[in-house]
Design a protein around this ligand. Structure first.
Ligand SMILES: [Zn+2]
Length: 92
């Protein structure tokens, strides 16, 4: 096998890998269901979320990083926004 052939076959493997990965990602997106209220424990990636909320007395934006999805219910502040810590998808 010549250097040129080795190079192109390596590129072929890499290209296949990238195509496989992006195929997996787009399939995961397509399979993503809206959160089932009956099972809030398992949501999106690991159930780890970032929570952004406005203070009740002030209007500051607060951020709570790497909270469990189950902790979201303890945040009663208005304008609650919840993002998945894994893929940054907005969940709430
Ligand atoms: Zn996620």
């Amino acid at each position: 096998m010549s250097e040129q052939e080795k190079h192109s076959s390596r590129l072929g493997i890499l290209g296949g890998l990238v195509r496989g990965l992006s195929g997996m990602l787009s399939r995961a997106r397509a399979d993503a269901q809206p959160p089932d209220p009956a099972e809030p424990e398992v949501i999106c990636c690991d159930g780890v979320v970032h929570i952004a909320y406005r203070g009740l007395s002030d209007d500051h934006l607060y951020l709570a990083y790497r909270r469990k999805w189950t902790e979201v219910k303890f945040f009663k502040q208005r304008n609650l926004r919840v993002f998945c810590a894994g893929c940054r998808q907005r969940l709430l």
